[in-house]
Write a protein that binds this ligand. Sequence first.
Ligand code: MEV
Length: 443
Amino acid sequence: MEKKNVSGFSKLNKTDKIKWLAQNFLYSNPIDVVKDFAEYWHDNIEEQKIFDGFSENTISNFHMPFGVAPNFLIDGKDYAIPMVTEESSVVAAASNAAKFWYNKGGFKTTINNSVKIGQVHFTYPGSEEKLEEFFPELKSKLIEGVKAITANMEKRGGGILDIELLNFTDKEKDLFQLKCSFETVDSMGANFINSCLEAFGNILVDEIQLSTAFTLKEKNVKVIMCILSNLTPDCTVTASVSCSVKDLGTFQNGLMHAEEFAEKFTQAVRIAEVDPYRATTHNKGIMNGIDSVIIATGNDFRAVEACAHAYAAITGEYKSLTHAEVKDDIFTFSITIPLALGTVGGLTGLHPLAKKSMEIMGQPNAHQLMSIVACVGLAQNFGAVRALTTSGIQAGHMKMHLNNILSQFQATEQEIEKAVAYFNDKVISVSSVRAFVMGLRVV
Ligand code: MEV
């Protein structure tokens, strides 16, 4: 078989990278393939350089829709929220839910804490007591040894909060850990934390080598790795909405009353608290909203996703991130979620549209952004569970998806207009839309 490995690919210019792809993987005319990819290059070379700088081996830009969900009232302040997502109905559902709650007091939020975690994993082949005894002295050396790194963060109100020594020897031979907690204020803090941790790793080895308390064997400390943890259970925000049950109004053209809705809705959320299969879909719906704001602000959606799902399983059972209840005739719906976000540094300050997103939201600080993001997650979940427990999800979802199906059949503007009117009260599926469009074309 012909080998297709390559060296020096990263050094090729964009056009040559595409030509190589065309010859080796697309088997198409390289000139046509270059044209296909170049169509999505930024007109402005300087702007394109910014995008290329975010990654490696870039050959083009991958466009995603940038939408806005208005009518969010959060802690008494109005917001229009930028959302980047490719899934139809996400932005519409968030906007509808926001509007629903706008006249009922909107969303209320509380930042519970904002601690970030980093770990130095190391092996120490010696007496545990000796290490524990040495730890207080080591801890002050660790903190002192990274002053050059922490000085600026301390000026901004952050820094190292604590360092603990954890013993994992019952799980893995000789394994210990420095579990470090940090406050990183308005930055996500990954670079700051990892720099501190790598310095801690070196100091740890040096201090044990220098100490006379340890034997030669015990001095054989090995740092396995130093890295932040994306699990931040002490960096959480709670967002909630509430109103009297009767103020929920009626649903399904008056066919479903507020009491029935509240009962069905709270039960649907409880199902996601007892069944991980439902909880996964339920939480996925929450993340539909959360990820889209995270992406719009240039934050790390993989970190947020990993943390949210780990937190959902923190009791040992994977559960819903939201909770709903009716108490004394008051319907309350809330979410508590860890969100390690940044509003300074990283992509937020570099991506031109992430900068615009921050501007649209009035330049929130990290805590404010945590609040906004949690509210979007809650709104998204409200919209999904409301649809699921009333009309069903497909009615709204397929209505939004109609445009995608129509563009699949290269529908003209006239055909789109006719299809939208026709499918207003009909079941939408790829085959029903195809039949309708083909029908129009035959006539
Ligand atoms: C689809 O992307 C999200 C939903 O499945 C969420 C849910 O079921 O709660 C609608």
